[in-house]
Design a protein around this ligand. Structure first.
Ligand SMILES: [Zn+2]
Length: 143
């Protein structure tokens, strides 16, 4: 079985209760296949993927469905702060622009639809470095 765990997280930070499914895989090819299938893209075995965020059914122009499913896919060998923060940023961008930014038909649309890779890398890198620094200073317990 390629998917080893599955759970949901929820937030009301955007003003509406929203959920993100988290699917954890031990087979990264299986992860990439599922991710690309949900995004309607072809599977590329050479794609470098340690995680992914897909909106499954629901982000249809001009109105989103009321209960779209966000699926975050993670690989057991890359369960890092960097990757989780990166994928969480993709999820947050979708919900932020859908629920919070007024005017669905705005220039922001392209960014919530997925043109937020740089933002995700920035937040992943910064979060990872800060957590690493806190560990080095023994302000977080090492397990
Ligand atoms: Zn990304």
């Amino acid at each position: 079985m390629a998917m080893v765990a599955r759970f949901r997280v929820a937030t009301r930070a955007s003003g509406i209760r929203r959920q993100v499914w988290v699917h954890v895989y031990d087979d990264v090819d299986e992860l990439a296949r599922a991710h690309n299938k949900d995004r309607g893209r072809p599977y590329d075995p050479d794609e470098d993927i340690g995680g992914g965020l897909a909106s499954v059914g629901g982000w249809h122009w001009p109105q989103p469905d009321p209960g779209p499913v966000l699926v975050m896919r993670l690989w057991t060998k890359q369960l890092t702060t960097r990757t989780v923060a990166h994928e969480a940023t993709h999820a947050a961008a979708v919900l932020f622009f859908a629920d919070h930014v007024g005017g669905w038909d705005s220039r922001a649309r392209t960014f919530f639809l997925g043109d937020n890779e740089t933002l995700a890398y920035l937040i992943g890198d910064i979060t990872s470095e800060v957590i690493g620094g806190l560990y080095r200073l023994h302000l977080l317990p090492s397990s």
